[in-house]
Every structure is written in structure tokens, then in C-alpha cells.
Design a protein around this ligand. Structure first.
Ligand SMILES: NC(=O)C1=CN([C@@H]2O[C@H](COP(=O)(O)OP(=O)(O)OC[C@H]3O[C@@H](n4cnc5c(N)ncnc54)[C@H](OP(=O)(O)O)[C@@H]3O)[C@@H](O)[C@H]2O)C=CC1
Ligand SMILES: N[C@@H](CC=O)C(=O)O
Ligand code: NA
Length: 367
């Protein structure tokens, strides 16, 4: 049995819990070798040596992290999990830098990690390298982070398969942000009815944005994804050196809260309307794209114009599109689908947990 503990049961972590419970209840599947033994948010925590019962997981806010739960203490939470017998995986569903910086110490304790949090893989290269080094043993602990790029879409697993079978990556380009995809797909099309700020509000309400939507609009979320892809393709790149186009209006960059930012954004609708009208007058639309230029060294994140017949111009909803150009695929291998949202992100985490459960099982068979 793989024991799982979730750090940050918010939007994505909550959806993961729902999927795990639904799977356990379904008569369609074989029994899942995964059980939940720990939950922690910024206020409360609970760890159990025996799995939480299904009924408690369904009602986790009151039944597990309710009034009687212990105050949150991440160090103690991890220590208790490290003492449990058998394999344990920590699922970091926060967007926290400080949580991400602790991965090496958790791995050293033998705990595997699955996460949609991009920070550990896109902050300084030393942390990334350390995590890769400690998790490189075939006997574990393991690290999987499929949902850090394209949510649950099989982007990193595809890239890793290309690389480890000896293909050479030329470039990876695409629309990597569900938020910015939704925004421009709905705002920058001929005859669009919504304003820019209305589209941002819908993206936020739909669970596509980062906890602070400025992390999407300033390009940093896409820059992190470009960095992760670049590093997986063998490049030594980082968000500090990547050219990134920030589309947050100057006056809103320093407002203190995400709420204030959302309230004031309509003041800048006219600015975005003008940008859009210029693009449309030239027979094109605006799309926010990322490029990992492995061969040419011109990786970047920017707002671009595309003609109406370009595949990027006809994208729908929060879809991401990721095109891998490689020596084997001179006509790019393309992955497309919903690239943000709680359910599709939780799906990527759930699949990664199954991968670990399988590797743990295989290891037992070999032993
Ligand atoms: N939404 C999406 O479509 C996608 C999201 N992601 C990533 O998934 C992650 C989660 O996003 P989302 O669910 O939207 O975020 P939420 O803000 O909904 O949830 C974050 C959770 O983390 C908890 N938390 C924050 N800091 C700590 C801490 N130091 N210790 C313990 N718990 C903490 C919060 O606790 P509390 O509730 O007490 O505040 C909350 O439960 C992010 O890294 C995001 O980038 C990746 C791909 C797609
Ligand atoms: N805020 C992100 C969520 C997924 O990484 C996005 O909009 O793509
Ligand atoms: Na993915």
C-alpha cells in the first residue's frame, strides 16, 4: 500500500481527494493500492498510522481538519510520516517556495514526492539538481511532477520518453497557460463580447489562475513552465535570465493584494482593447506563448500575433497546445487539451501516484 499525505488540500488538493474517494467507491476498478494518511493546510494537520476512512475523507474539512485537529506544523507532520512503515508519498498542492525548498530533506528521509507546484523545478538550478540527484535511484524515493506543465496533459512524460530514447529536441513551443489561453481565446477573437477584465474574472472563478492571478499575467507562470521543459530537455535555463513579457499594467504591479488587483483591473480594459483592435485590424489575434529553443538558444515568453488560420488562433476554452519539434518529429508532435482546472490537474497527480505505486510494487516483485 502506498501511503499518501496531502499538503494544501485547496482547489487542486481537494479535487484529488474527491477523485481518490470516487475511485475507492467505484466497483469499476480493482482496489487501489493507495491510501490517505495525512492532511495539512496552513492552519491544521492530522496524521494517522491507519488510513483515514472513506467517510472522513468525503467530509475532510470537518472530520479530519476540524476543530479537534492539531495546529499545523509541517516539520512535525513530515517527521510523523517518515516514521510510518512502508512507502509514503507527499503530495505538495501548495504554490509555496518554502515548502518546495524542503523536498531534498524529505527525499533524504525516504519520502517520495508528487506535486503540481512548479517552484522546486523552476527556482535556482542547485535545488533542481539536488532533487534530481537524490531521486535518481531506481529503488526510490521517487519524484513526479507531471501537473507542473499543461496540468494533467502528458507533457513531461512525453518529453522524458523522447529524451531517454535518444531523440534530440530542437524546440518546444506553445500556449502553456490555461489562464492566458482562456483569456485570449475569449477576448482576442473577431466579434468578442467580453472585456479583458471580465475574462480574467472568469478564469479566476473557474480555478485556472494561480492563487494570485498576477503570477499568470506577469508571465512568471509560463516562464516557470518553459524553465521546467528546458531543464528536462537538458538546458541550464532559469526564470531570472529568460526574456519574459509582463502584461500586468505598470500601475497594478505594486498593489498589495490579489483582491485589489482584481478590483482595479477594469480601469485598464481600454488599454487591452486597443492592443487587441490593432491585432484584429492586421488580420491577426493575440496569443501568449512560450518557446523552449534548445538548438537556437532564443527561449522566451511573449505576447504574439497569429493569423486567423494559425492553429493557436482556433484554440478553445483553457486549452494548452504544446508542439515538440525533434529530430524524429520534424513535423511537430502536438499535445492539446485543457491545461488548467482542478480536476485535470488532480488527474495528473493521481496518475503520478499510480506510477509510484506501480514502481513500489515492481520493486517488491523483483526483491
Ligand atoms: N489550478 C490549476 O489549474 C493548476 C494549479 N497548479 C498548481 O497547483 C498548486 C495548488 O493550486 P490551487 O489548488 O489552485 O491553490 P489553492 O490556493 O486553492 O490551495 C493551496 C493550498 O495550500 C495550502 N498552503 C499554502 N501554504 C501552505 C503551507 N506552508 N503549509 C501547508 N499548507 C499550505 C493552503 O492552505 P489554506 O487553505 O489553509 O490557506 C491551501 O489549502 C499550485 O502550485 C498551482 O500552481 C498546477 C497546474 C494547474
Ligand atoms: N495558473 C496556471 C495553472 C496551471 O499551471 C495556468 O493558468 O495555466
Ligand atoms: Na502535464
Amino acid at each position: 500500500m502506498l501511503k499518501v499525505a496531502i499538503i494544501g488540500p485547496g482547489l487542486v488538493g481537494g479535487a484529488l481527494l474527491e477523485q481518490l474517494v470516487a475511485h475507492a467507491k467505484s466497483q469499476f476498478f480493482a482496489t487501489l493500492p493507495i491510501s490517505v494518511v495525512g492532511l495539512i493546510n496552513s492552519k491544521k494537520m492530522a496524521v494517522t498510522p491507519t488510513p483515514f476512512p472513506e467517510a472522513d475523507l468525503t467530509n475532510w474539512k470537518a472530520a479530519i481538519l476540524g476543530a479537534t485537529a492539531a495546529p499545523a506544523n509541517l516539520a512535525s507532520f513530515v517527521e510523523q510520516l517518515a516514521q510510518l512503515p512502508g512507502p509514503v508519498a507527499l503530495v505538495d498542492c501548495t504554490a509555496s517556495d518554502s515548502v518546495a525548498s524542503q523536498y531534498p530533506s524529505w527525499l533524504t528521509k525516504g519520502l517520495s514526492i508528487v506535486t503540481p507546484n512548479k517552484k522546486a523545478f523552476s527556482n535556482d538550478y542547485a535545488l533542481y539538481h539536488k532533487i534530481k540527484e537524490i531521486s535518481s535511484s531506481p529503488s526510490g524515493p521517487f519524484v513526479y511532477h507531471e501537473s507542473t506543465v499543461g496540468a494533467g496533459l502528458p507533457v513531461l512524460s512525453t518529453l522524458n520518453d523522447l529524451v531517454r530514447t535518444g531523440d534530440r529536441i530542437v524546440k518546444i513551443e506553445g500556449i502553456f497557460s490555461g489562464t492566458l489561453s482562456y483569456l485570449f481565446n475569449n477576448f482576442s477573437i473577431p466579434g468578442a463580447a467580453s472585456t479583458f477584465s471580465e475574462c480574467v474574472a472568469v478564469a479566476k472563478a473557474s480555478g485556472y489562475t494561480e492563487p494570485d492571478p498576477r503570477d499568470d499575467l506577469n508571465g512568471m507562470d509560463v516562464a516557470r513552465k518553459v524553465t521546467i521543459l528546458g531543464r528536462c530537455a537538458g538546458l541550464d535555463i532559469g526564470t531570472d535570465t529568460l526574456p519574459v513579457e509582463n502584461i500586468v499594467p505598470e500601475a497594478l504591479r505594486t498593489v498589495t493584494t490579489a483582491d485589489e488587483f482584481m478590483q482595479r483591473l477594469p480601469e485598464f480594459d481600454e488599454h487591452f482593447k486597443e492592443l487587441n483592435e490593432q491585432a484584429l485590424a492586421a488580420g491577426s489575434v493575440l496569443r501568449y506563448v512560450g518557446l523552449v529553443d534548445v538548438r537556437g538558444g532564443q527561449s522566451a515568453v511573449k505576447l504574439m500575433r497569429y493569423s486567423l488560420d494559425h492553429p493557436f488562433a482556433s484554440l478553445k476554452g483553457s486549452d494548452n497546445i504544446i508542439a515538440f519539434t525533434t529530430e524524429r518529429f520534424p513535423n511537430p508532435l502536438i499535445i492539446q487539451g485543457a491545461g488548467a482546472g482542478d480536476d485535470v490537474t488532480a488527474f495528473g497527480i493521481f496518475s503520478d501516484l499510480i506510477r509510484i505505486a506501480e514502481r513500489v510494487g515492481l520493486q517488491r516483485v523483483h526483491l
